[in-house]
Each structure stands twice: as C-alpha cells, then as structure tokens.
Design a protein around this ligand. Structure first.
Ligand code: ATP
Ligand code: MG
Length: 183
C-alpha cells in the first residue's frame, strides 16, 4: 500500500484546502520553525485513526480544527483525505476490487468524527485495521515524532517489543485475537 496523496482542510494550521502528492520513496518535509511540518505528520496519523489527543499535541480531539488567527475566524470542521494505491492488492480483502483507496476523516465541533473509505461510512476500528496489517498504522515506527528517538532509547523492554511487533506488521493479528477472545 503506497500513499499517493494527502489532502487537508481546516486541519490545524492548514486552514485552506491543501493537497500534497506523495512520490515513491522517501519523503522529506522541510521548512522554517512553526510552518506546519509536525502538523502534516499528525494529519497522517489522524486520518489513520489516531484517537489520543496527546498524540496530536492537544487536550481534546477538537483541537485539530483550525482555531482561528488574528485575520481569520476559526473553522467548524477539519477534514483529511489520504489516497492509497492498492494496485498490488495489499489492502484487506474488502478492497480487492479497488485500485485506489480513499480514506476520509472529518471532525465537526460538538459532533465528533466520522470516517469514510471509498465513499462509504466506516468505523474507526476498520480504518485502524486497514493500516495495522500494512504496518503503517498511526502508531507506526515509520512515523517518527520529534523527541521519539530519546523515548525509544529510554523505553522499557515491553514497550520496545510493541514497537518491534508493529514494525513487523503483526500487531493487527494480536488485536484481532484479542477481539476474538472477548466474544
Ligand atoms: P518546528 O520546526 O518548530 O518543529 P513545525 O514545522 O513542526 O515547527 P508545527 O508544530 O507543525 O510546526 O506547527 C505549529 C503551528 O501550527 C503553530 O503556529 C500553531 O499555532 C499552529 N497550530 C497548531 N494547531 C492549530 C490549530 N488548531 N489552529 C490553528 N493553528 C494551529
Ligand atoms: Mg515540528
């Protein structure tokens, strides 16, 4: 599964619709302090189902919505769309007929957030599982947050094992087993 496009509207500092084409290979984001580099990475995490406000550097989930600036009023919603290439059929079986997958997450003030995959409403869980199997989830070690390297160095063995499992792409398996055991 390759990410090909990220689109943001009203997400943190990206108040106007912003579209980024993601080329194959390594992508670097450069720019002056405060220009929104970390916000971009958070948008990627968020659309993949991240539900911890702290991972988005906020107190509540609605903090991802553009909060306004001296010259612009606040927004009522934030939306992020991630386009994924599925021509190699790496996504779960439900997407077997789709060459392309579009995941949309939208949060509206006082109404919470909704997900859509290829136009159909989806549960947060489905979206998280879609990425968990491809080891690209919102907790993926492929996304390295500022300060995370030092956290990793100081991590306890159990926490470090979780990171390795995620990297190996087997954490989705554990989550499904856990869900099966609860049933
Ligand atoms: P650095 O190089 O210092 O790490 P950065 O490029 O990673 O900077 P970000 O942390 O992504 O920058 O962006 C910070 C900017 O985003 C700040 O100006 C902050 O005010 C703005 N911002 C964050 N959340 C919101 C929000 N909800 N509404 C409006 N602006 C926001
Ligand atoms: Mg930053």
């Amino acid at each position: 599964m390759e990410f090909t496009k990220l689109r943001l509207t009203g997400f943190k500092s990206f108040v106007d619709p912003t579209e980024l084409n993601i080329a194959r290979g390594l992508t670097g984001v450069v720019g002056p302090n405060g220009c929104g580099k970390s916000n971009l990475l958070e948008a990627l995490r968020w659309v993949m189902g991240e539900n911890r406000p702290t991972a988005m550097r906020g107190a509540g989930m609605e903090d991802v919505i553009f909060a306004g600036a001296s010259s612009r009023p606040a927004r009522n919603y934030a939306e992020v769309t991630l386009t994924i290439d599925n021509t190699e059929r790496r996504a779960p079986a439900a997407f077997n007929t789709a060459d392309q997958i579009e995941v949309i997450r939208r949060i509206t003030r006082d109404a919470g957030s909704v997900f859509k995959t290829n136009g159909r409403e989806a549960r947060a869980r489905d979206v998280q599982m879609l990425f968990a199997d491809a080891s690209t989830g919102s907790h993926s070690p492929a996304l390295v947050r500022q300060g995370q390297i030092s956290e990793l160095i100081n991590a306890r063995p159990k926490a470090r094992r979780r990171i390795l499992e995620e990297a190996a792409g087997i954490s989705g398996l554990y989550q499904r087993r856990h869900e099966a055991e609860l049933k």
